[in-house]
Design a protein. Structure first.
Lengths: 506, 196
């Protein structure tokens, strides 16, 4: 009897050790979003990799899973199409074509576990609907579901606090203001909204009770908020401005006491748009930062910012000229000192449709790394100068009896006309760079940048990496990295040009 | 008679010794005021205690991305402008405890400080701020706004701050941030810290 107990114990221990060796832990489930609604997909973590069980996949996607014990593999079929995978191999054969997986397919007990990327890499190829894995927001989008990505940012803590919500791809948006909060309803099935944010007088921007709703909770000290929605084919942007309660009331006297809190305003059509629209893109100006006596940041190994920016700019020029057929002007062709006004003048005189200034960053903290994009922030006084100039613009009589309006904006604040476009440019640059290179923790910033202020076209400054970070310095001087950065900026230019031409079509 | 004289001389000498001992003890005793405060950096030849105000200065946070506000004692001045000078000088020279860093290039001196009736403060810095700057857009933003915020956070009269270099208007410090106009305080770069 004691011997039998001992043997049974040994067997149980061996079994536990065998299964325990796989070291599986439960993870937060992925959420499958389809026309039928939202359903959780259970996942587990094995050796640092997230996996999903094929029997769960079978139930959720209505596919057939069959084990081939003789071959040590498993077959997943859907409407006559098959995927074959073998145990402990990081690949699968999809309809005879081999696709690689980030980790091996494994068998634990009676269950077959595949990396979660299996859904988008393998299963999507045999499925009759789109399957998209969005890792950041832990969503699996199935079929024709309108699930735009929502990114939120506190652009300026203020007061007034300025926040922006971007919805991509664009969808119709309605904003309702209630005491203490704003409700943003997006014309979509659900929202891909990874994380809540807040700052300044905006306490929190979070997902609402409805799947297509966002709630902007305002701080107690907040005054009447104002929202402006600009919608283009690619991105819908809601700009929210929240003044402080005390300052807001005397500043915006409301003549009609029955009038409710200011309703969100639709953007007024810009009369200049129709003039610009007829002009297709012809010229892009690339500004390699620094040069000559001004070396910019110098890395520990002696690599200088001015050399890197010129090198990347030349690569970018080659891509644009060869693939888009546009004229590209570099503000400097060689290693020379050039003032910021001279650089802006090259872009303005060349009637460029876009200015991108390339830089390499430096920090007193060596660990700091990643790309950052800057677009112009006007200080209060400059914004006021522009507002007055625009409101009081002069009128000139024209032939035929008409009147032509002139906006007398100071030349060194020319960027004031392009702030919104430049902000879209910055976010497109951020998205494209993110696909290719590491990004800083705060990748898009609004700041009073000297060069950008004088640019009379959409403009942004890109800091591609940190030369003061030893790992990034080593990488920055490789052909591979410089071409990758140029490629990412090129992709952003292609996207921004499409957006710009579409949004300016009358 | 002579015994009495000797006795008086003995008592008198003893009294003198006691007085000397007391005065020596007083010389080496800690000052009575503020016994728990950190020693104030003042010249030993000025026994009169200097009055202070507590000002908020701004240093580079360990993340390299933001400014960390810290409270520091700054000598009390007779006028607003003189107080501004003291605050900017402290901002330029104060070294924060690690891992915080100063965002002002070493050796930068304050040449002049004045405030107009409109509330524009002018901070005239020596050209060391340009020569010693390591570069980088964010780095430059941190340098500029450490100074702008230090002035506007501590001097309510200063609504905006313009940085001059060597007595003249400057375009930028390191080729990025526009210094041609007075700047207002920027709180979006500031992250609160537990550090005092």
């Amino acid at each position: 009897m004691p011997l039998r107990t001992f043997v049974v114990a040994i067997i149980i221990l061996a079994f536990v050790a065998n299964t325990g060796g796989q070291d599986l832990t439960q993870a937060t489930p992925l959420i499958m979003v389809s026309r039928e609604g939202r359903r959780p997909i259970p996942t587990m973590v094995q050796g640092g990799r997230e996996v999903v069980a094929l029997d769960d996949v079978a139930g959720l996607f209505r596919v057939t899973v069959k084990e081939d014990t003789l071959a040590g593999g498993v077959t997943v079929s859907y409407r006559g199409r098959t995927i074959v995978a073998s145990a402990n191999r990081p690949m699968a054969s999809v309809e005879g074509r081999v696709v690689s997986l980030p980790s091996p397919v494994i068998r634990v007990g009676n269950r077959w576990l595949v990396p979660i990327e299996f859904l988008s890499v393998a299963l999507a190829s045999i499925y009759d609907q789109r399957i998209e894995l969005r890792r950041a927001s832990r969503l699996v989008v199935v079929g024709d579901v309108r699930l735009p990505r929502v990114t939120t940012n506190i652009d300026f803590a203020g007061p007034p606090t300025r926040a922006s919500i971007e919805i991509s791809p664009a969808a119709a948006v309605t904003v309702n203001t209630e005491p203490g909060r704003m409700l943003v309803r997006v014309d979509a099935d659900a929202l891909d909204f990874p994380s809540a944010t807040g700052g300044g007088l905006v306490q929190l921007i979070r997902q609402g009770e409805q799947p297509n709703q966002l709630v902007v909770t305002l701080a107690d000290a907040a005054g009447a908020p104002r929202a402006t929605v600009t919608t283009a084919n690619n991105v819908a942007r809601i700009l929210i401005e929240v003044p402080a309660a005390v300052a807001a009331e005397p500043a915006t006297p409301n003549p009609d006491p029955r009038a409710p809190t200011p309703e969100p305003r639709a953007p007024e059509p810009d009369p200049r748009a129709s003039i610009i629209a007829t002009r297709a893109w012809q010229t892009i100006v690339i500004d390699p930062g620094h040069g000559g006596d001004d070396v910019g940041v110098r890395g520990a190994k002696g690599i200088e910012e001015k050399q890197l920016t010129l090198d990347i700019a030349r690569r970018l020029r080659g891509m644009i000229e060869n693939r888009l057929g546009l004229r590209v002007i570099l503000t400097r062709e060689d290693d020379r000192t050039l003032g910021l006004d001279d650089r802006a003048a090259v872009a303005n005189n060349g009637k460029a449709n876009l200015l991108i200034s390339l830089h390499v960053n430096g920090s007193r903290v060596p660990e700091q790394s990643g790309a950052e994009i800057f677009h112009l922030q006007l200080d209060r006084e400059s914004a006021e100068v522009v507002r007055v100039a625009t409101a009081e613009g002069a009128s000139l009589p024209t032939l035929g009896g008409g009147v032509r309006r002139l906006d007398l904006i100071p030349w060194d604040l020319a960027q004031a006309r392009h702030l919104d476009e430049s902000s879209v440019l910055a976010s497109v640059l951020q998205e494209e760079l993110r696909r290719q290179v590491p990004m800083s923790t705060h990748p898009v910033r609004e700041a009073p940048m000297r060069l950008l202020a004088a640019a009379n076209m959409p403009a942004a400054l890109v800091e591609v990496a940190y030369l003061t970070n030893p790992q990034q310095e080593a990488r920055l001087n490789t052909d591979d990295f410089k071409t990758t950065v140029a490629q990412a900026v090129f992709s952003a230019i292609v996207r921004f040009r499409a957006w710009s031409e579409e949004s300016q079509t009358p | 008679m002579s015994l009495r004289v000797w006795w008086l001389a003995f008592v008198g000498g003893l009294a003198v010794l006691v007085l000397i001992a007391i005065s020596i003890a007083r010389m080496y005793a800690p000052p009575r005021t503020a016994p728990e405060e950190a020693p104030v950096a003042s010249a030993p030849t000025t026994p009169k205690e200097t009055a202070h105000i507590t000002a908020t200065l701004f240093f580079g946070a360990p993340d390299g991305q933001s400014l960390a506000p810290m409270r520091r004692d700054v000598p009390l001045a007779d006028s607003v402008v003189e107080q501004g000078r003291q605050i900017v000088t402290a901002q330029l020279t104060e070294i924060p405890p690690a891992p915080y860093v100063s965002v002002i290039p070493a050796g930068t001196m304050l040449r002049a400080f004045y405030v107009t009736d409109r509330g524009d403060a002018f901070v005239d810095l020596s050209s060391d701020v340009v020569k010693g700057h390591p570069g980088g857009s964010l780095n430059e933003l941190l340098t500029v706004y450490a100074i702008v915020n230090a002035v506007s956070a501590n001097l309510p009269v200063a609504k905006r701050v313009q940085i001059l270099v060597d007595g003249k208007e400057a375009d930028t410090i390191a080729g990025h941030v526009d210094l041609r106009r007075p700047l207002t305080r920027n709180d979006s770069l500031v992250r609160e810290t537990d550090e005092k």
